[in-house]
Design a protein around this ligand. Structure first.
Ligand code: SAM
Length: 366
């Protein structure tokens, strides 16, 4: 199968290159209002924000920053299909302005926007983002009552445009091939993710640009793409940064579009793309070997009735039988567009041979 990926280095308030109602899933993380590193980007859109911060009017500055984000959410509403899903990774901000330290609840502003604009607000995910700083506890140390809670979590807010998606063919092969494992479902669809470990090992922090971009770990868009879209779907990230969402889309054999104001970040992306075949192989292999480890434990307690048609290993439910992963054959780059050829990922299930006797005993193979 083939997928295509394009990035446009321009403001996403105007995504002319994308036709209306053509995107299946948006996965993104905007600049966080009231986090100092992003002040400049908001001020470049509205200079009033600079004045308000100088006047110590944090609340009004916060509101105006969200007004800027709302322009992009409005454009997202145009391009997303009916029934399409929008996943927004956002953290709240804490900041001292003048003499007052307070919370700026970004997740509330964004949830309200989508609520008020007719979206169906779905249950969200909290993911833990540990801070290592020795000064992470703010306030008065060990004496009550003026210390503050340290924020070590972010939100993934999830919204749907109208009713549930779409008329799938009753036995849409693509959709069944896009299945995830039962045990992945149990982790991925829980409301707290505590197993995401900050920066991904497999993506490089080229010239520190990745750090400057506040990139999210690849595991985050990868999960969301696999949870809320199927092979060949169109994924958009209007705040593309270093393109982590596009990398996750490439690995997951979906098409992608990205918009980013700072073109320097393409350097990080192109550097990571060099290893895309290996990254894909590593992620595929780790999913399959994790599944086999899970099966080994699971069959000690319960019987497993089904097996994967392609990979032959046991699976817990009939919905996982058509589970299929893709590897990447080659990437053709032309300007800021990338065409990818994917091939079915092959995997030798040696465990079956090793444990044939045991498996027969446990009635996995009749
Ligand atoms: C939090 S970062 C996203 C990081 C990204 N998820 C990654 O993994 O690299 C937000 C990005 O949005 C970009 N940005 C902010 N406002 C924008 C706008 N109006 N249009 C396009 N990009 C914008 C910033 O330059 C920044 O790179």
């Amino acid at each position: 199968m083939k997928t295509e990926h394009s990035v446009f280095f321009k403001n996403s308030a105007d995504m002319d290159e994308i036709s209306s109602e053509s995107i299946d899933l948006i996965v993104t993380s905007p600049p966080y209002p009231m986090i100092e590193m992003w002040d400049e980007i908001f001020i470049s859109e509205n200079t009033e924000i600079k004045k308000l911060i100088e006047e110590q009017n944090g609340f009004k500055a916060f509101k105006l920053m969200h007004q800027e984000l709302n322009k992009i959410w409005g454009e997202c509403s145009r391009v997303i299909k009916k029934g399409g899903i929008i996943c927004i990774n956002i953290g709240d901000a804490t900041r001292k302005i003048g003499n007052i330290f307070r919370l700026y609840p970004n997740h509330v502003e964004i949830a309200n926007y989508f609520h008020e604009n007719g979206y169906i607000v779905l249950p969200s995910i909290l993911w833990r983002k540990p801070t290592n700083s020795p000064t992470k506890f703010m306030g008065s140390g060990m004496i009550p009552s003026n210390a503050y809670i340290t924020l070590e979590h972010e939100y993934i807010l999830i919204f749907r445009k109208g009713k549930k998606k779409r008329k799938f063919q009753p036995k849409s092969q693509k959709r069944y091939n896009s299945a995830y494992f039962w045990e992945e479902r149990n982790r991925w669809f829980s409301d707290i993710w505590s197993d995401i470990k900050g920066e991904s090992q497999s993506l490089e922090n080229y010239n520190n640009l990745r750090e400057r971009s506040a990139a999210f770990p690849i595991e985050l868009p990868y999960r969301l793409i696999n949870m809320f879209s199927i092979y060949g779907d169109n994924i958009l990230d209007p705040f593309w940064g270093t393109g982590t969402t596009s990398i996750a889309a490439m690995i997951s054999a979906r098409n992608s579009y990205g918009y980013e104001k700072i073109s320097d970040f393409s350097e990080v992306f192109n550097n990571n793309i060099k290893n895309i075949k290996e990254i894909t192989r590593t992620i595929n292999l780790s999913r399959l070997t994790n599944h086999i480890s899970f099966v080994k434990k699971y069959i000690k307690e319960k019987e497993i009735k089904y097996s994967s048609i392609k990979y032959k290993f046991p699976v817990v439910t009939t919905q996982e039988k058509n589970f299929l992963l893709y590897s990447i054959d080659n990437v053709q780059k032309s300007g800021n567009s990338y065409k990818i050829n994917h091939r079915e990922y092959e995997y030798e299930y040696e465990y079956e041979v090793e444990n044939r006797k045991k498996l027969i005993q446990s009635r996995l193979i009749p």
